[in-house]
Design a protein around this ligand. Structure first.
Ligand code: ATP
Ligand code: SF4
Ligand code: MG
Length: 327
């Protein structure tokens, strides 16, 4: 990690208490299990993985919405202050969350212009007239019309509602956006528009972005780097183009093989077998071994280390050799 990164996370662990059944015994599950990552200004880190792999928990840890059980998050080189302290509140305007369901994120009874203005009101940005002008500028920036400010969320389409949420998220000129499945609830035809909007805003404003999705297709068009998560750990991280051109980890290979390339038929598709990941029943050794067609006895016994395999690429698999450290 370098000082140029806006956000850096090292060795993040988040443990939750999980109960088997209503009255079952409580066990601790590691939803996030040793995540180290960083995001530089004006770049996007895509975070992908199946349901339950720990993506949203990682996002919440990055924003300081939850405290890690172990590890540390640094924002702009300084440790993330504890949630709800004044120092954390001061930082909140610099980091925002956009999540899946715009209807849940918005108040149905309040006009959208008022909702976009909320963070400006909270942080007392400018005069009332200046805030009003800014709301109109923000609505225009996300592709809505000024005269739509008086509308209520239910008077807009799903894509337009997500644009409102994005306008509100960028109202305070944040340095970091954590987007958690921001287009998953939208029609496929609208997804690309919203992704293009996020990309344009990022480029214009130099925002660092963590873009979380279970869908590799979706992260493809927006990410500079991609981190693939499996059962709370990053199993591969690489520049986006490399992930798609030459995935190294068997899990990444399976995910990539299911992404259609325009104009070509899906071939050599690797179907993921077995149970989806469940942190309450983590397999021994490499957690992916029950579903991996290449697993060996070693995989059942030994956790593969997350190592540099090439410049700028890391993976955790016994079959992917570490780069030579000799100079
Ligand atoms: N507050 C919580 N209490 C107990 N367990 C939790 C809590 N939050 C998450 N978990 C568990 O942690 C694991 C990771 O959850 P998380 O929401 O981070 O996954 P995800 O990758 O975002 O999944 P999805 O794609 O379904 O959104 C899951 O098994 C989940 O059940
Ligand atoms: S370590 Fe073994 S089980 Fe895990 S991904 Fe590599 S080959 Fe498959
Ligand atoms: Mg999630």
């Amino acid at each position: 990690m370098t000082a140029a990164n806006l956000i850096e996370a090292a060795g993040l662990v988040k443990t939750y208490v999980s109960r088997k059944g209503l009255f079952g015994t409580a066990t601790h599950v590691r939803a996030v299990d040793g995540v180290t990552l960083s995001v530089a200004p004006s770049t996007t880190l895509g975070i992908v993985g199946e349901s339950g792999s720990g993506k949203s928990t990682t996002g919440r840890l990055l924003l300081g919405l939850e405290a890690p059980t172990e590890g540390e998050v640094k924002f702009d080189g300084k440790p993330m202050p504890a949630i709800k302290t004044n120092a954390w509140r001061d930082l909140r305007s610099r980091m925002q969350l956009v999540f899946q369901d715009p209807l849940a994120a918005l108040d149905r009874r309040v006009p959208i212009g008022t909702q976009v203005s909320e963070p400006l009101d909270i942080h007392a940005v400018g005069t009332e007239k200046e805030r009003q002008d800014r709301v109109e500028t923000l609505l225009t920036a996300v592709g809505l019309r000024r005269d739509q400010a008086g509308r209520y969320p239910h008077e807009l389409s799903g894509g337009q509602r997500q644009r409102v949420v994005i306008a509100r998220a960028i109202a305070t000129n944040p340095d970091l956006l954590v987007c958690d499945e921001p287009v998953s609830a939208l029609d496929v035809s609208i997804q690309a528009q919203v992704i293009n909007l996020l990309r344009d805003l990022q480029e214009a404003r130099g925002i660092a972005m963590a873009f979380i999705s279970h869908d590799l297709k979706v992260v493809r068009n927006i990410s500079d780097r991609v981190a693939v998560m499996y059962l709370g750990r990053i199993v591969e991280e690489a520049p986006s183009a490399d992930i798609f051109r030459r995935p190294l980890h068997p899990y990444t290979r399976a995910l990539v093989s299911s992404v259609p390339v325009p104009g070509t038929a899906l071939k050599d598709r690797i179907i993921l077998q077995g149970e989806p990941p469940n942190p309450a029943a983590r397999p021994s050794g490499c957690a992916f071994h029950p579903r991996c067609s290449m697993a060996t006895e070693r995989c059942k016994a030994e956790v593969p280390a997350f190592v540099t395999v090439e410049a700028g690429r890391k993976a955790a698999c016994h079959l992917v050799p570490a780069a030579s450290t000799e100079t």
